[in-house]
Write a protein that binds this ligand. Sequence first.
Ligand code: PMP
Length: 416
Amino acid sequence: MTGHPAPLSETQTADAGLRARAQRVVPGGMWGHLNAARLPEGYPQFFASAEGCRVRDVDGREYIDFMCSWGPILLGHRHPEVEAAAMAQAARGDCLNGPGEVMVELAEDFVALVPHADWAMFQKNGSDATTSCVTIARAHTGRRKVLVARGSYHGALPWCSPSVVGITSEDRAHLLHFEYNDVESLRAAVDQAGQDVAAVLVTAFRHDMGRDLELPTREFAQAARAACVRAGAALIIDEVRAGLRLDVRGSWEALGVRPDLSAWSKAIANGHALAAVTGNDQFREAASRVFVTGSFWCGAVAMAAARATLRIARETDVPGHIRAMGLRLREGLALLANRNGVAIRQSGPPQMPLMLFDADPEARKGRVFCSTALRHGAFFHPQHNMFLSAAHRSADIDEALEAASHGFRAVRELGG
Ligand code: PMP
């Protein structure tokens, strides 16, 4: 065996052809969570186009989309107003020697929209934003320890990657862990950090892959806030995945708990590459001292897209609409599962739902369900929380439920 990939067959699908070509020129054919080995059988790896709540793969098959590009699509793919704003900015310039006027306008928008925010800074990816928050917290406090919930995802950089491959223990020497929603374990971690605690970093809700989703309890949120006040540390909410979907003002606003710093990305520019850190006045001075930057962080097109996205999200109650659509999906799935005598668990906010099968530790049932539903035109995920968008209408949900009914039948036939 030379380890070289097999030659291309001429009878394969466009997707298979691209995978074979990618094997030659991209290590492993694809990186991270999009590696083909992780996809349910039959799932395409390559996509050609998308509009509203429909995505099309490179073989021309169309699906009702419940992944929304893993979060960035909030208003629907290629939303006309967002794209018009982006194109108008693109006609003037995107990557210039410095930011455009739009950066200040967007920071003003965030400050007006998000109650805890006295200022905003912009980056590109969610990991940029979570890392910037941690850096600002350390600069402000002069301390090192950052407390995170075990299993929470905050990005793929060495300090927070879920993988240990290529990463040293020193990269995360100053991370301490607690259990999400467990006040005692949070207090124990704060005690362990002692005088060295810089921040508590916590996702908007518990959305770890492959386990039931959990909303934060009020008690936990308040305890996190109080612990940070007592310790003089920053409370950082990682809004990268949930931001704008639960509450446009911030996901913990309804709990009456405001963070010092928040990390945003994904949905804020409806598919354009942008991240943001928002913070309060206590952290303004430290935020002005840290050196954080990137070649593309001033890109004006994504900022123009974000301005349109924030405006629409605010004016049209996007969280309310996607919640209603998510509830319709949830109720329909429950009914179908019941009809087929298949036991499922649905968890999380309806806007970002997860459906797991009982007695399915390897997600075999979940994968069969998804593969079958995919053949009937619905793009679900067996283990990761899914996403609704403002482009989903009742008729789309009902059509997806029809596809899901085939999935449940296939699971019933598996038995067990
Ligand atoms: N935090 C959370 C909660 C996320 O879901 C993600 C991405 N899935 C990140 C941080 C990292 O964002 P990015 O992949 O854009 O760097």
